[in-house]
Design a protein around this ligand. Structure first.
Ligand code: ADP
Ligand code: 5GP
Length: 185
């Protein structure tokens, strides 16, 4: 049997990474796809663990060779999901999560409508900004660029199969677990 594909999107700083880390600790049989990106690694991020950090030239070569299931430019950098890994994982019967932006989510839904899409909402834009700043991983210009995407992303989030507000982390985690227990839509 094929594995189920899940797409998780949400504004930068909403808590996707935090939620997914906890979720995957509780559900080690589910895999998270490691994307390729042209952005610089943050302190503590490792190549092949958080992302495959590659040059713009390498990225565009992969685009040309149709190696991506989806890809997008977000806030000045390229991000993409490797098609090969996605197919192999799903064919082996393993459930797979793509943590990607809303542009990538749209592309995946067009190609694989059976994918379950989940949009993580912030309790408020003010709280989102506080979380993004509180993370201390981006400079002011990068924070501004990311905040600039928020309303477009929240608008796009309306088309997702499920929405979860990440206010209390444990409550959001429980809601995520419930969606996965459903297995599909
Ligand atoms: P994303 O992966 O969506 O960019 P992160 O997981 O890095 O976001 O979270 C951004 C910041 O918000 C982190 O400092 C994290 O600890 C914090 N955070 C995540 N979820 C919550 C929550 N439910 N309540 C308060 N702070 C949170
Ligand atoms: P960050 O730089 O904070 O790690 O990620 C920025 C944005 O890029 C987030 O919205 C994240 O979900 C998205 N992203 C990460 N990997 C991919 C990918 O492979 N494809 C697309 N389209 N977006 C991605």
């Amino acid at each position: 049997m094929q594995g189920h594909l899940y797409i998780i999107s949400g504004c930068s700083g909403v808590g996707k990474g935090t939620l997914l880390k906890k979720f995957l600790e509780n559900n080690p049989e589910i895999k998270l796809s490691i994307s390729a990106t042209t952005r610089q690694p943050r302190k503590g991020e490792e190549n092949g663990v958080n992302y495959f950090f590659i040059s713009r030239e390498e990225f565009l070569n992969s685009v040309k060779n149709n190696e991506f299931l989806e890809w997008a430019e977000f806030s000045g950098n390229y991000y993409g999901t490797k098609l090969n890994f996605t197919q192999k994982t799903l064919n082996s019967g393993t459930d797979l999560i793509l943590e990607i932006d809303v542009q990538g989510a749209k592309q995946v839904k067009e190609k694989m409508p059976e994918a379950v899409s989940i949009f993580i909402m912030p309790p408020s834009v003010e709280e989102l900004e506080q979380r993004l700043r509180g993370r201390h991983t981006e400079d002011e210009q990068t924070i501004q660029k990311r905040l600039h995407e928020v309303s477009r992303e929240i608008e796009a989030g309306k088309t997702f199969d499920y929405k979860i507000v990440n206010d209390n982390l444990d409550t959001a985690l429980m809601k995520l677990e419930q969606i996965f227990k459903g297995g599909s839509k």
